[in-house]
Ligand binder design. Structure first.
Ligand SMILES: [Fe+2]
Ligand SMILES: [Fe+2]
Length: 333
């Protein structure tokens, strides 16, 4: 199937205007749009972009932490990290499946990622310099993912919303394993506490950038919110993340590297400094510390896996040939 091939709609002969009205009414009633429903092209394209970027982020996101699997300091930490990185692969697969219900093909989306025509989250272009980074990624990055993704469980597109329900449960485990690991390190030696603080210093601002540019510079946001694909603005989600994380940092005994961070009793929320938006734009455009490395690794893995895909297709063809000719199943080739 080619990219964005039109999916047959259950239009039943209704005119475009009537279809649009039905779609708008479904959204207004907070009901779900399903793959067989008619949807405006803009809605479909926006979703394809968002779900594909999300899937790519899960898959690329395996790399920064995956690098530490062989260097985990104990069997327990290795088993936890292994499970976490495998979960991210699973998240990527659910999301590619959700994207396929919109009429795109996973192989084609992978090509677009490798060729740099589709993006993934900017956060995964930063290096993991110590094992404390694994804990801080769980705490910050999976914590930010939870802030972003819990509202997506109510997204207007059914397959995306349903994929999010299971993903969010697993993200909660990811966040906890990170925080628990940092708690352990903070109870350890002075050197371990310094490692944690150093990782916090490096990951804090990139984590705030994960929510995207500020609302007044986020042209697609309003549209996505009107379509109820997104439920909250970038700035609102960023604020929720800060409010959630500050008490956790206090409990842990680390300092968040923002001199402007303070409780605002009037707003009932925290005030905080401005992330370096120029840095975010540079990283999104491909000029972050690890962009080239991440894509190169993904390309190599994709090429290395070609024989598996070919074998799977050949096997499926053989099976369906057998089924067609009435041959017995389960006979070894
Ligand atoms: Fe994930
Ligand atoms: Fe995760």
């Amino acid at each position: 199937m080619t990219a964005e091939q039109a999916v047959p709609s259950a239009a039943g002969g209704a005119g475009e205007e009537e279809l649009q009205e039905r779609f708008d009414a479904t959204i207004a009633r907070d009901q779900r749009i399903e793959p067989r429903d008619w949807m405006p092209e803009g809605y479909r394209r926006t979703l394809i972009r968002q779900v594909a970027q999300h899937a790519h982020s899960e898959i690329i996101g395996m790399q920064p932490e995956g690098e530490w699997i062989t260097r985990a300091p104990s069997l327990r930490r290795k088993a936890i990290l292994f499970a976490k990185v495998q979960d991210e692969a699973g998240h990527g697969l659910y999301l590619y499946s959700a994207a396929e219900t919109l009429g795109v093909d996973r192989a084609d989306l992978t090509e677009r990622l490798i060729e740099g025509r589709q993006k993934y989250s900017s956060i995964f272009n930063y290096p993991t310099l110590s094992f404390a980074d694994v804990g801080v990624i769980g705490w910050f990055v999976d914590g930010a993912a939870i802030c972003n993704q819990v509202p997506l469980c109510r997204s207007s597109y059914g397959p995306y919303a349903r994929a999010m329900v299971r993903i969010c449960k697993e993200e909660s485990f990811h966040q906890r394993q990170g925080y628990e690991m940092l708690m352990t390190m903070m109870r350890g030696t002075e050197a371990q506490r310094e490692m944690v603080q150093d990782a916090v210093n490096r990951w804090w601002w990139p984590s705030l950038m994960m929510f995207g540019p500020p609302d007044d510079n986020s042209p697609n946001s309003a549209r996505s919110m009107a379509w109820k694909i997104k439920r909250h603005s970038n700035d609102e989600l960023r604020q929720r993340f800060v409010d959630m994380t500050v008490p956790q940092a206090e409990k842990l005994g680390v300092t968040l590297p923002d001199p402007e961070l303070r409780w605002n009793a009037e707003r009932g929320r925290h005030d905080f400094g401005t992330p370096d938006w120029d840095e975010l734009m540079r990283v999104i455009k491909g000029d972050g510390p690890c962009n080239a490395e991440r894509i190169e690794r993904r390309r190599a893995a994709h090429e290395d896996g070609a024989w598996v895909r070919e074998a799977a297709v050949a096997h499926a063809a053989k099976q369906s040939g057998r089924a067609g000719s009435g041959a017995e199943r389960g006979v070894a080739a």
